[in-house]
Design a protein. Structure first.
Length: 94
């Protein structure tokens, strides 16, 4: 699977084991890894978390990129908004 963000296309890998990590993003190599051993909600939230890291790197938001707690909170909030309001992400009925 791939995901396009701006001018870059990232390969998404789902290894079963990643040690203590749920995921990681390598912006320079255009790879996002999500540990496949967790439930779907955890994997989806982790995916958003890693996308946020990529966005921070693209736009030079180094301070935010290094704040894992802030990235976690933003990822959780975005994921909850998506789950609770799926219609807004199809751009219908806004």
């Amino acid at each position: 699977m791939t995901v396009k963000m701006g001018f870059k296309t990232f390969k998404v890998e789902k290894p079963l084991e990643m040690g203590n990590y749920y995921g990681e993003a390598d912006y320079d190599k255009s790879i996002i890894k999500i540990a496949d051993r967790y439930d779907n909600h955890s994997k989806n939230c982790t995916f958003i978390h890693e996308i946020l890291h990529c966005i921070c790197l693209r736009f030079g938001l180094e301070k935010l990129n290094n704040d894992e707690h802030a990235i976690d909170l933003l990822a959780t909030g975005i994921y909850e908004a998506m789950i609770d309001n799926p219609h807004i992400f199809t751009m219908q009925n806004i």
